[in-house]
Design a protein around this ligand. Structure first.
Ligand SMILES: Nc1ncnc2c1ncn2[C@@H]1O[C@H](COP(=O)(O)OP(=O)(O)OP(=O)(O)O)[C@@H](O)[C@H]1O
Length: 335
């Protein structure tokens, strides 16, 4: 449904041109949840914003980059959209986005209902009355009680969890084909986080839409996504079915992310986070971008050559020179 190929995103800055996303490719099928995971600064949000053409004006898309959204009435070449009016299809129409901070989605001085109705008037053929009824239905659908009263309230009158639900209701009210969820549960406490994740899963089943779920937390990805793409400094370094990647991580970075997650059944297990910090995009390392933090780095090779994706199993690839060894070791450890 959404197909991203060789997407490169650079920004013009005072310090020069920086590359924040480097030739990444991924597809999302209807009813599928693709998790995009990586540390802060790895390029997850700028990739997601590209799908909605929401990056700032200093963004430059590489000449080979392609983003195609397949709709019932034909494919849309997202990067070729020029007029603001044409971009509406990927901004709240066929593509919707929910954010970590729901206040970012709601204007503080306009009631939740007026905002939901306005969005429906822009993106659908509904009358005002139909739009209001549909909005009330959507609020009820996401578990907000007394929706016909609540709809006239303002975002500040809702609790954090309710605001998150209202944002999901608003994002889904236009029946998008693709929902982009950027750290939607990070700011919530764990019980509400679980409720929101369950709700999103139900809605995927019910509406058959695809979800791009962005987070730095592989634990959340394990609960939500079907497939995962792990990003590091603008590159997708490992991708595959979630279970495959979590059981047999085949890139040192993915292994590092997994080693940093506490396990409730083994609280004595030491947590070993990836050492060091992600380099600035102004100082992209040569060779494999991860070599400066990698325990497996081979001097003279990893700092010079760029590893291509290696296939570990169908659909599971890792861009690392020692991917096979890591994969096999992990397989033995699990056995
Ligand atoms: N308009 C811009 N001009 C210059 N650099 C930018 C611009 N927008 C984003 N960047 C840079 O792009 C890089 C990737 O940012 P991005 O927000 O995609 O990371 P992220 O993986 O989503 O991190 P986080 O989890 O913190 O949101 C960062 O170094 C950021 O500073």
């Amino acid at each position: 449904m959404m197909s991203v190929k060789d997407l490169t995103i650079q920004f013009r800055t005072d310090e020069g041109i920086i590359t924040t996303v480097n030739e990444i490719s991924f597809d999302i099928a209807p009813g599928e949840v693709l998790g995009l995971v990586g540390e802060s600064g790895s390029g997850k949000s700028v990739s997601a914003k590209a799908l909605m053409r929401l990056n700032a004006g200093n963004a430059i898309y590489g000449p080979k980059s392609s983003i195609v959204l397949n709709l019932d009435d034909g494919p849309v070449d997202v990067l070729a959209l020029r007029r603001e009016k044409d971009m509406q299809v990927v901004r709240g129409g066929a593509v919707s986005m929910i954010f970590q901070e729901p206040m970012a989605s709601f204007a503080p001085a306009i009631s939740i209902g007026d905002q939901m109705v306005e969005q429906l008037l822009v993106h659908t053929n509904m009358s005002k009355k139909e739009a209001r009824e549909h909005s009330i239905d959507m609020l009820a659908r996401v578990g907000i009680s007394e929706p016909s009263k609540r709809i006239d309230q303002y975002a500040f009158e809702f609790s954090g969890g309710m605001r998150q639900r209202a944002m999901i209701a608003m994002a889904l009210s236009t029946s998008p084909k693709l929902l982009i969820a950027d750290e939607p549960t990070t700011a919530l406490d764990v019980t509400i986080q679980a409720q929101v994740i369950d709700l999103m899963k139900e809605l995927v089943d019910e509406y058959g839409m695809g979800i791009l779920f962005i987070t730095h937390d592989l634990g959340v990805i394990a609960q939500t996504a079907d497939r995962v793409a792990v990003m590091y400094l603008g590159n997708v370094i490992e991708t595959g079915e979630v279970r495959d990647v979590i059981r047999h991580p085949s890139h040192p970075y993915t292994k590092g992310l997994l080693n940093a997650i506490p396990h409730l059944h083994d609280l004595d297990r030491p947590l070993t986070p990836v050492p060091g910090d992600i380099p600035s995009p102004l100082e992209r390392p040569t060779g494999c971008v991860f070599h400066t933090r990698c325990a497996y780095a081979i001097p003279g090779k990893c700092d010079r050559e760029i590893p291509s994706p290696n296939t570990m199993s169908p659909g599971h690839t890792s861009a690392c020179f020692v991917a096979k060894e890591i994969h096999n070791n992990e397989a033995e450890a699990v056995a």
